[in-house]
Write a protein that binds this ligand. Structure first.
Ligand code: HEC
Ligand code: HEC
Ligand code: HEC
Length: 397
């Protein structure tokens, strides 16, 4: 009977999920961590969640398949775990939890989950500890498209020469402190892994994650176009105008700057690895959909405008009796607030990550508190749509 049910669900799914992309081919040699899978992922397949059958109940016969446990056996042995690992790594995209069916299939649709799962929704939100564990596992893998080979940037040089820069203790007059002090805590494209408790450096897996992230602020072959080189460099020495974290290198002779430049130059310019063009932020979308969020009242919180009409980033003060900003005022707001977002990248944008709960990835501190508990909050989603370049009228383009 159950077999029949499975077959039926699978057919239904095939029809419903027709628009989904096909399974990515299994990587030749997985970079995903097997031990992590064995000890932390597998227990999730066996756990009981109220209102749901266990994953194993269906998946010992359905796909992706889990090895059936013999009577009295409470966990898979090493060889069985290897077989589970081979099968289940095919439903994840190494490095990218949100592209992984393992995470998105059983996730509530309201939190971004896939359109259909024959087994129901086991997690209401990405903040669920099980979801987070699976995400951590997926992140142990290296994304295929951005491996060392893809960008031409050398991982070993990165690990031995570049990464120590982020961990170096700084003198009082040297920038605004250790790079990691801010860059593991605040949303920017350079979002480094926090160090594990007690650790003084990153593990190889963490370094690989950092490496992926650092590539987003590097243009292979072109130091002058790479924020990693010009952001911490003094303007007078060829750096860009401003870095919130301060200027660390007063001259181009600084050994850290030299190490960064040598590393970036050693990678041939590679158009395929060049950053995707960032989307344009739509002013009308900002005026109509983003600005109301600055004025809205959320229980337990002051409105954004209450603090930000005097603090930075600044919002124009509304004259008494005026319910919203006029065109010119909206333009001024737009110019200021676009500076706290990274077009195309909501999770690197302080506008979204500063007021977001820390448990779901928000920045370490916001003077104004946490206005959103989850990224599925409709306001957060609206801001994300703006950052991704959504426009207010499709016909206007
Ligand atoms: C009540 C039975 C049932 C339970 C319980 C169940 N599943 Fe499923 N699952 C299915 C069926 C049926 C399919 C195939 C149809 C589909 O894609 O939804 C499926 C498909 C999947 C897929 C997609 C496979 C692919 O190739 O696209 C993943 C991933 C998945 N399940 C993971 C899980 C996880 C993880 C759990 C436990 C948290 C779980 N399932 C619990 C029945 C179940
Ligand atoms: C006091 C906090 C702080 C410190 C310390 C700090 N930064 Fe930053 N950094 C920021 C903030 C905030 C931003 C985003 C705003 C900006 O670009 O100024 C940023 C942006 C950057 C960017 C561009 C990121 C992007 O999204 O484009 C790079 C690259 C960078 N920092 C490198 C470094 C390096 C290297 C160090 C250490 C030598 C460092 N930072 C130290 C706060 C800091
Ligand atoms: C109770 C006062 C208060 C409220 C309400 C408030 N903020 Fe803030 N906000 C601050 C303070 C103080 C800072 C500066 C310190 C910091 O970075 O947290 C700040 C900083 C920020 C920053 C970082 C700016 C930067 O350059 O790094 C952003 C983005 C931000 N707020 C967005 C918002 C949004 C959006 C809302 C409404 C959802 C909001 N704030 C509500 C007080 C507030």
């Amino acid at each position: 009977m159950r077999v029949l049910l499975m077959v039926f669900s699978v057919c239904a799914a095939a029809a419903v999920a027709g628009a989904q992309p096909p399974a990515p081919p299994a990587p030749a040699a997985s970079t995903l961590d097997f031990e992590f899978f064995r000890t932390r992922v597998q227990p999730i397949f066996l756990a009981k969640r109220p209102g749901h059958a266990r994953c194993i109940t269906c998946h010992r016969t359905g796909t992706p398949r889990l090895i059936e446990l013999k009577d009295g056996q409470t966990m898979w042995d090493e060889a069985q775990s290897r077989r589970n690992f081979e099968v289940w790594q095919r439903v994840v995209v190494p490095g990218d939890p949100e592209a992984s069916r393992l995470l998105m299939h059983p996730l509530a649709k309201s939190a971004g989950g896939d359109v259909f799962h024959g087994g129901g929704r086991h997690w209401d939100s990405k903040a669920d500890p099980e979801w987070q564990t699976l995400a951590a596992w997926v992140r142990t893998g290296t994304p295929a498209a951005t491996t060392t080979q893809g960008s031409g940037l050398d991982f070993d040089v990165y690990r031995s020469r570049i990464e120590p820069i982020f961990l170096k203790e700084r003198a009082p007059n040297e920038g605004a402190g250790m790079c990691i002090g801010c860059h593991a805590r605040i949303a920017t494209r350079l979002r480094l892994q926090p160090l594990s408790p007690g650790a003084t450096t990153w593990t190889e897996a963490q370094s690989r994650q950092n490496f992926e992230v650092v590539q987003r602020v590097v243009v292979p072959g072109d130091p002058a176009a790479s924020p990693l080189a010009i952001h911490p460099l003094a303007t007078a020495a060829g750096g860009d105008a401003q870095h919130t974290g301060g200027k660390f290198w007063t001259s181009a002779d600084h050994p850290e700057y030299q190490a960064v430049v040598t590393w970036i130059r050693s990678a041939a310019a590679n158009p395929a690895a060049a950053a995707r063009p960032a989307p344009t932020l739509d002013f009308a979308f900002f005026r109509e959909r983003v600005q109301p969020i600055f004025l809205a009242k959320r229980p337990g919180h002051a409105r954004c405008i209450t603090c930000h009409r005097t603090g930075t980033p600044r919002l124009i003060e509304l004259p008494a009796g005026q319910a919203t900003w006029d065109e010119a005022q909206s333009r001024q707001n737009f110019e200021v607030w676009r500076r706290v977002v990274v077009p195309g990248d909501p999770e690197a944008s302080r506008l979204l990550m500063h007021p977001l709960a820390k448990s779901v990835g928000g920045d370490v501190f916001h003077g104004g508190g946490r206005h959103w508990d989850s990224k599925s909050d409709p306001e957060w989603q609206t801001l994300a749509a703006w950052v991704r370049g959504e426009t207010i009228t499709r016909s206007s383009r």
